[in-house]
Design a protein around this ligand. Structure first.
Ligand SMILES: [Zn+2]
Length: 408
């Protein structure tokens, strides 16, 4: 039986980049977009063109660079917004205009100062115009989870009638719960979509730590596109994390029999690239891509993993692209072992460069119990203070330095 496909819509460059301190320049956005394409996402939301010249340029550049994925541009339901998004996507191989308007009474009254009837009309006009510009239009009902359900369905029906083929149900404020969200998605499916060729999408925020759980519940209820970001970055507490959704679907295919086009071995490299571009380390215990995600600390766990990794690992480090390595790096490790480790990480060095890094390495090894890949990468970067990445731990005499990605 062929599994149903879930489209992965990555919004690292839009929602993710919007978070304070995470901005990227044009070159960095293009680099990230290329990696997202290599990862196998279906859609890259590259920016919000009317919001700034920088966003406009980023969407244009990503559209010119990434030819196999759909490139989406965000816009409000106002004519200049839609036209600006269309202009940014002019040279895209597969353009998508993503237009949104809030549908909760709270937003209508205090933010938009519009009536329900006016928002319906804005939806109709924006989607109609967007469809005149591009083939593929996605419509989002901002704050859907706090909207009146009948009204929400009416807005979605209007968007579909005007030509939208993807309707997105955002949990904009990270408020919903899995059971409740799955009921909402089911209701939209039954009441609005029916057997029409329209994709239901979800966009979950993590304010209560439920973004991934809510996204998975929505898939179970009929959503076929998930919006997410690398490392879960995004507004406030962030968006649903792409790597967690991708691996949950892969590891628990028995419960959720769907597939994505994600090349899971690219998850870790993608996470690392983003982390370096935004200069923000991944939280150590972060699922899938955190430096401790496959590190077994307790002695009994180490013994179990050595006998059979499945004792404590539900997936292998290799399956998500964590470089597999049993090398124990410590202050007694030689230059050769260090150079080999760097080569595994993708850094080839000349002997004189190895000497420089080796000196930094031994000085770090005197102060730190464990040397992680992130430390090694930090050692390469001139001016990087390792303490900012990882606090120095007290070295324990006589003990080895277990490599984080070793799986032991
Ligand atoms: Zn969002």
């Amino acid at each position: 039986m062929t599994k149903e496909r879930i489209a992965v819509f990555d919004t690292t460059l839009r929602d993710g980049e919007q978070s304070p301190g995470f901005s990227m320049n044009l070159e960095e956005k293009v680099r990230m977009a290329r990696q997202l394409e290599a990862l196998g996402v279906d859609v890259i939301e590259a920016g919000f063109p009317i919001s700034s010249e920088g966003d406009f340029a980023a969407v244009s550049a990503v559209a010119a660079e990434c030819r196999t994925v759909t490139v989406a541009a965000l816009c409000r339901t106002a004519e200049p917004d839609v036209r600006r998004a269309a202009a940014a996507l002019k040279h895209a191989a597969r353009p998508r205009i993503h237009t949104f308007v809030a549908t909760s009474d709270l937003h209508l009254e205090y933010k938009l100062k519009k009536t329900r009837a006016e928002v319906l009309e804005m939806t109709r006009q924006a989607v109609t115009l967007a469809r005149e510009c591009v083939e593929e239009v996605e419509f989002s009902a901002e704050d859907a989870t706090r909207s009146d359900i009948d009204y929400l369905c009416e807005v979605f029906a209007t968007a579909i009638a005007a030509g939208a083929t993807i309707i997105n149900v955002p949990d904009t404020v990270g408020y919903t719960m899995p059971v409740e969200f799955s009921r909402l998605v089911r209701r939209v499916r039954e009441q609005v979509v029916g057997d029409r060729n329209v994709t239901i999408s979800v966009h979950c925020h993590d304010d209560l730590g439920l973004a991934v759980a809510n996204s998975l519940a929505a898939i179970d209820a009929g959503a076929r596109q998930v919006e997410c970001t690398i490392n879960g970055i995004g507004e406030r507490a962030g968006n649903a994390s792409l790597e967690e959704i991708a691996m949950a679907l892969k590891v628990r295919a028995d419960q959720l029999p769907f597939e994505t086009a994600i090349r899971t071995e690219q998850l870790y490299p993608t996470s690392q690239l983003l982390s370096s571009l935004i200069a923000c380390p991944v939280q150590p215990n972060k699922a899938i891509v955190g430096r401790n995600a496959f590190a077994h600390e307790a002695g009994i766990h180490q013994h179990g993993v050595l006998s059979n990794p499945l004792c404590y690992e539900i997936m292998t480090p290799e399956s998500v692209g964590v470089p597999a390595n049993n090398l124990v790096l410590g202050k007694h490790s030689g230059r050769h072992a260090l150079a080999m480790r760097y080569e595994d990480l993708g850094y080839a060095m000349q002997p004189d460069e190895v000497d420089v890094v080796y000196a930094r390495f031994t000085s770090l090894a005197d102060r730190k119990k464990r040397i992680y890949d992130q430390d090694l990468i930090a050692l390469l970067q001139a001016g990087t203070v390792v303490h900012e990445v990882l606090p120095a731990e007290t070295a324990t005499a006589g003990k080895g330095w277990v490599h984080a990605a070793s799986g032991v």
